[in-house]
Write a protein that binds this ligand. Sequence first.
Ligand SMILES: NC(=O)c1ccc[n+]([C@@H]2O[C@H](COP(=O)([O-])OP(=O)(O)OC[C@H]3O[C@@H](n4cnc5c(N)ncnc54)[C@H](O)[C@@H]3O)[C@@H](O)[C@H]2O)c1
Length: 273
Amino acid sequence: MAGPGTTGPLTGKIAFVTGSGRGLGRATADKLAALGADVVIHDLDEAGPAKYGEAESLQDVARDIARHGARVTTVLGNIGDPAAVAEMSRRIVTELGTVDILVNCAGGDIGAEGGKPNPNSALDVALEDIQVETNNNLIGTLLVSQTFVRPMRDRGSGSVINIASTAAHVGNTPEVIYSTLKAAVVHYTRCLAAEMRPYGVRVNAVSPGPTKTARFQATRKTDPEMMVTTDSLMRYADPEEIADAVAFLAGPQAKFIHGQVLRVDGGRTLFPG
Ligand SMILES: NC(=O)c1ccc[n+]([C@@H]2O[C@H](COP(=O)([O-])OP(=O)(O)OC[C@H]3O[C@@H](n4cnc5c(N)ncnc54)[C@H](O)[C@@H]3O)[C@@H](O)[C@H]2O)c1
């Protein structure tokens, strides 16, 4: 899908945002397109955006994002499946070109049955849930990074933003496996950053606090006082506020920021590190 072309700080860049059929990923893809990037949007399957009622299909989301004038294409598949990731890469290179900005956003505290694991505690969470969460949050991020960062390294430029969580930075129960895996994503960000430093490929992470995506609202009991849309810092985030942080790290204003983790949570977690 191609429009008249948006001019902005990311014009000429190609961005791949995993899990961008809905939620934070969609808000991020939309923001990057608004700043001029061509974007690849992605979900497990065509119906991913419909799961919590955000859109009918991935094609609908692509059409909506194309309103910015950017080139938009779609890819499908499980990020934990090497063959699926290789096919995503092949299609993206054929249809748009080499990816400059990679946002590893796909993931979440979703277990084998599709909702949150139950039980979800350290001692009782089921092996099946551990395996599915590890696939979705860690293995997928590793595989997608291996595939899309190699060409960045060879070219000597690129920007990677991994979406972690404030759950990565503090001991939690429940959501034990999710928190542990997001902590691994944070540390992988630092390790990949160390490896990529000589090549000029920047790698950073964003750790969102609780954010009002449709999935977030559908899978937990929300606090009405935190649902408000005001200038208060005592509330859940809007997806666009997380997208703004990702766009900053992706763009030229962050050109000397590398290996960092930005917590975007209105100050909910105020400790060092
Ligand atoms: N919403 C929040 O409060 C919050 C807070 C902190 C971190 N996060 C993180 O932000 C990211 C997006 O969360 P969201 O709230 O938008 O959730 P969401 O469920 O709406 O979006 C997640 C997307 O990732 C896709 N996905 C998941 N596993 C996949 C896999 N194995 N292969 C392909 N696609 C897969 C889903 O299909 C979906 O499109 C997640 O990594 C989540 O852990 C969210």
